[in-house]
Design a protein around this ligand. Structure first.
Ligand code: UDP
Ligand code: MG
Length: 326
């Protein structure tokens, strides 16, 4: 049996009473198989994070824990903190207990059978294993289109997201410790994890339909999530304003020349040339000024995040270790 193989699964649950029975049953079977194969330690656990559910979710989680504490643990959040925060709460709670953690939705849309492959990749040396959807056959055309446009837009905006990867991923203990150093409040985990670095790999799986219950991400929440993702990771929208200002100013020069020619040819009424020129010039100057302010706001935005500026992967040093002077 390999060492360093305690696996903690972190499963956020918001009003998931309809699926928890089946999810826990399947995860339990999966754990038995993985433990039997020597891939994970019997000390591994499944941690359900109750994200302020209004239904019987927490009662079910507590019952699972009472019935089989050797498989199931639970975290009860004081209020609905949202999916990303619930996942982080779970990860930060288990980061010192496990060697690897896998985050997975409760609704069985993520393929439980991909876990084997993820754990194998971890044993082969990957610190992060991304679960990537290979097919979206069960998604509606609308969901597929909006989701895929989102990944493309994020990449264009300069956020390093993994195409078609959501929040089904394995992270090593090491990566969890580093994730703990990210101080930002607007969480967008799928953008943050690639920033951490380390050796990573991908596991492909087919995304299934929700086992039961309804999606907790209606269109409104999806849009808010996308806007949060972009504005938490990119200052490109601010830079865009600067460029618009530059373009407008160039147009102002063209408008100047044009107005001058029209005036020389005697086709213009009194006051037209000066009006034309000032509209373009003032518009351009205003946008440029906004853009410059935006540049500074962009800097403030980066500063207030207090993200770690670097992450050390290895430190090779043969010097004898001294106790620090007290
Ligand atoms: N979830 C959560 N808090 C919320 C909303 C959702 O913990 O405020 C959980 C939910 O229980 C599920 C996961 O996040 O395990 C993904 O939600 P859902 O399946 O509804 O999203 P979809 O797959 O439709 O995008
Ligand atoms: Mg789902």
């Amino acid at each position: 049996m390999t060492e360093h193989n305690i696996l903690y699964m972190v499963v956020p649950c918001y009003n998931e009473e309809a699926v928890l029975g089946e999810t826990s049953k399947r995860l339990r079977e999966k754990y038995d198989a993985l433990i039997g194969a020597g891939l994970i330690s019997p000390d591994s656990r499944v941690v359900f994070v109750n994200d302020g559910s209004k239904d019987r979710t927490w009662e079910i989680i507590s019952a699972l824990h009472d019935e089989a504490p050797e498989y199931f643990s639970g975290i009860n959040l004081a209020h609905n903190a949202g999916h990303q925060n619930a996942v982080l709460a779970g990860l930060m709670t288990v980061k010192d207990l496990c060697d690897m953690a896998i985050t997975m939705d409760a609704d069985l849309q993520d393929d439980i059978n991909a876990i084997d492959e993820m754990v194998k990749e971890y044993h082969a040396g990957s610190q992060v294993v991304y679960g990537v959807r290979s097919a979206r056959e069960t998604d509606t055309f609308f969901k597929k289109f909006t989701a895929e446009s989102f990944y493309k837009l994020m990449q264009k905006m300069g956020a390093d997201v993994v195409y078609n990867h959501a929040d089904f991923r394995l992270m090593s203990r090491r990566v969890l410790q580093e994730l703990g150093n990210f101080r930002e409040v607007n969480l967008f985990l799928r953008g943050m994890v690639p920033l951490i670095g380390f050796k990573s790999s991908k596991v492909y799986y087919e995304r299934a339909e929700r086992f039961a219950g309804e999606s907790k991400y209606p269109l409104k929440k999806m849009l808010a999530f996308a806007i949060n993702g972009i504005t938490s990771f990119s200052t490109k929208p601010l830079k865009l304003i600067t460029w618009l200002g530059v373009i407008m100013s160039v147009m102002a020069v063209i408008a100047f020349i044009w107005a001058f020619i029209v005036k020389l040819l005697g086709h213009s009424t009194l006051g037209w040339s000066s009006m034309m020129c000032s509209i373009w010039l003032i518009g351009g100057l205003q946008l440029l000024a906004l853009g410059i302010i935006g540049e500074y706001i962009g800097k403030i935005y980066a500063e207030v995040k207090q993200r770690p500026r670097y992450i050390i992967a290895d430190f090779i040093n043969d010097a004898p270790q001294h106790e620090e002077d007290k």
